[in-house]
Design a binder for this molecule. Structure first.
Ligand code: INI
Length: 155
């Protein structure tokens, strides 16, 4: 008989950090709204959320690393929006931010979740920031809550 081990989507009474990029603020502010609403809707406390602003997505990993290492937060939720331009600039940002966030979560053992929208146009970004495809801030927050609870069980 196998055992199923999963993290519940019940927000613990813990501190959460959100790191958000100011670049494409129209999008990222909506991701923050989704993240905060999700924490509260799942039983968390708004006063236990710290929101840390960075200039662009490229700067997210450094701030997320400091926050994950400081011991105050159960999880760090990373929010940004990288929208394709006329050059390949976005590709370099995307690859570094993704790898950076993955490295931090593995090195620290703290759930650091990825709510960085990577898309081709502002319309696609709007769709994923509370529009018809949902809200990546919400998704990243649900992943954070689930992983915090899962790690309590398997840690
Ligand atoms: N930062 C973003 O968050 N999204 C983008 O789409 C973007 N583009 O396209 O340039 C972007 N650039 C800024 C970058 O993240 C850094 O802040 C900047 O290079 C300074 O280090």
């Amino acid at each position: 008989m196998s055992n199923t081990i999963m993290g519940e989507l019940v927000c613990p009474a813990a501190n959460f950090a959100i790191v958000v990029s100011r670049f494409n603020d129209l999008i990222t502010s909506r991701l923050v709204d989704g993240a905060c609403e999700t924490i509260v809707r799942h039983g968390g406390d708004d006063s236990k959320i710290d929101i840390v602003h960075v200039p662009g997505s490229f700067e997210i990993p450094l701030a997320a690393k400091k926050l994950a290492e400081c011991g105050k937060y159960a999880a760090v939720i990373c929010l940004g929006a990288v929208i394709q331009g006329a050059t390949t600039h976005h590709e370099y940002i995307n690859s570094q931010v993704t790898a950076g966030i993955m490295n931090i979560t593995q090195q620290t053992g703290v759930p650091v979740t990825f709510g960085v929208i990577t898309c081709e146009s502002m319309d696609q970004a709007l769709d994923r920031a509370g529009g018809k495809v949902g809200n990546k801030g919400t998704e990243a927050t649900l992943a954070a809550i689930e992983m915090v609870n899962l790690l309590k069980k398997i840690g």
